[in-house]
Design a protein around this ligand. Structure first.
Ligand code: FES
Length: 124
């Protein structure tokens, strides 16, 4: 059993880590994967894993953050990946697969060219 002081110290360390996480990468490009149950059922887990792998493999970790969110609101188009590039409009990619995510990282994140055919606008 931990003492109250030890528990407070653990809490303070956790808060400091969370604060550092929130502060870091404020100007980063963000890849956000919808991980509601509908997204998971449609294959969001391997999509999220591929986002992480591609960012790591290409050495983009310093400027690209991969996160997950819950319901994005369009179950029928899951898995969905939203891309937030600072200073640009959000781009929403739908019906994602690991292969498509690899293309998005290469084209959109690395080369700055939106893959229009995978966007929500092209798939309504
Ligand atoms: S429950 Fe599927 S997008 Fe919200």
């Amino acid at each position: 059993m931990k003492t109250l002081a030890e528990l407070n110290a653990i809490r303070d360390r956790a808060r400091a880590q969370i604060g550092a996480l929130r502060d870091s990468g404020e100007n980063n490009t963000r890849l956000v994967v919808g991980m509601a149950t509908c997204g998971i059922a449609a294959g969001a887990r391997p999509v999220l894993a591929t986002c992480l792998e591609e960012v790591q493999r290409r050495g983009l970790s310093e400027r690209v953050t991969v996160t997950q969110t819950g319901c994005i609101g369009v179950c029928r188009l899951e898995p969905i990946v939203e891309v937030f590039v600072p200073g640009e409009e959000k781009v929403t990619y739908v019906n994602m697969t690991p292969e498509k995510v690899s293309q998005i990282v290469a084209e959109h994140i690395v080369n700055g060219r939106v893959k229009m055919e995978y966007t929500i606008g092209a798939n309504q």
